[in-house]
Design a binder for this molecule. Structure first.
Ligand code: SAM
Length: 291
């Protein structure tokens, strides 16, 4: 069964929660999407979903879920709120064979589903504002890399993901995302499309997997360690961040300074100025000194 609930009506949502003796929980970033054009944009951004395995993070009462199921997706939804989970299981999608619910914290539950069934074709979600970037980072770090992902996020997190070198927002998260995916901004959503309206605007960001990742598989661990060291203290020079981090401990002062020289990076440079290409060159320049 696929529920016909008036998801665009705050009044209907309030009534339902009252009937079910449930309250919205601030801690879980619960802001429901109540705008049909916004739902459509998000679902459209996923491309063809029919017959595809789709993970949805934080289905809430099932607004995106019901559209995905109607278009023939095979949905696995991860929801932390037990009250919402009960509604999804017993009312919204009771007996729906293409719907699987995984109850609990996505950060704890997804690795098991991944290890049993591999990555889905698509991941999507109107992500809870407090853990959105952590959910994305955890998928990327553990290399759960579906072909496509599309997330509704706080604007500030979206800007961080889309940032380029030279920007104050260029960060390990931007780099982690961009080495495996091309990212684009699908839409900016004002707070009025949510109930209750959050304090900040949101964006929908689409991730399209690159055919070849920018960083070679065998260099990935080293590359990410270098990135993390470089951004430890943004105001410090690349030299100091590397020497004070794990990179310095592994390669020593001489190894680090030599690698910077070979990579053509000034010791006094700041991490936010370095492109992915620069970072790859630096990683590759470090490696010979290890041998
Ligand atoms: N998808 C619904 C919508 O668009 O109306 C609800 C989106 S709401 C912003 C975020 C949802 O994520 C809520 O249902 C919340 O309970 C759930 N959530 C929050 N933290 C979670 C976590 N760690 N794991 C799984 N779900 C979580």
């Amino acid at each position: 069964m696929i529920w016909n609930f008036p998801y665009n009506s705050p009044l209907a949502i309030i009534e339902l929660l009252k009937e079910e003796n449930l309250a919205m929980n601030k801690k879980f970033g619960q802001n429901f999407l109540i705008s049909p054009p916004a739902w459509e944009k998000i679902v459209e951004s996923l491309g063809e979903v029919e017959g595809q395995r789709v993970w949805e993070i934080g289905p809430g009462l099932g607004v995106l879920t019901h559209l995905l199921l109607k278009t023939g997706a095979l949905v696995t939804a991860f929801e932390i709120d037990h009250g919402f989970s009960r509604i999804l299981r017993e009312q919204a999608f009771a007996g729906e064979e293409n719907f699987t619910l995984v109850e609990g914290d996505f950060l704890k539950t997804w690795p098991k589903v991944f290890s049993q069934a591999g990555p889905p074709a698509i991941i999507c979600g109107n992500l809870p504002y407090n853990v959105g970037s952590i959910c994305i980072a955890s998928l990327l770090e553990e290399q759960c890399l579906p072909e496509r992902m599309s997330f509704t996020l706080q604007k500030e997190v979206g800007e961080r993901l889309l940032a380029q070198e030279g920007s104050k927002l260029w960060s390990p998260l931007s780099i982690l995302a961009q080495i495996d995916y091309a990212l684009d901004l699908v839409a900016t959503l004002n707070s009025g499309v949510f109930f209750p309206p959050p304090k900040v605007d949101s964006v929908v960001i689409r991730f399209s997997r690159r055919t070849t990742p920018l960083v070679k598989r065998e260099e990935r661990v080293e590359f990410l360690r270098v990135v993390n060291d470089l951004f430890t203290q943004r105001r410090k020079t690349v030299r100091n961040n590397l020497l004070n981090g794990k990179t310095g401990a592994i390669y020593g002062k001489e190894g680090v300074l030599e690698a910077l020289k070979v990579a053509g990076i000034a010791e006094s440079e700041r991490a936010e100025k370095l492109s992915i290409e620069n970072l790859i060159r630096l990683t590759e320049s470090l490696t010979p000194s290890k041998r």
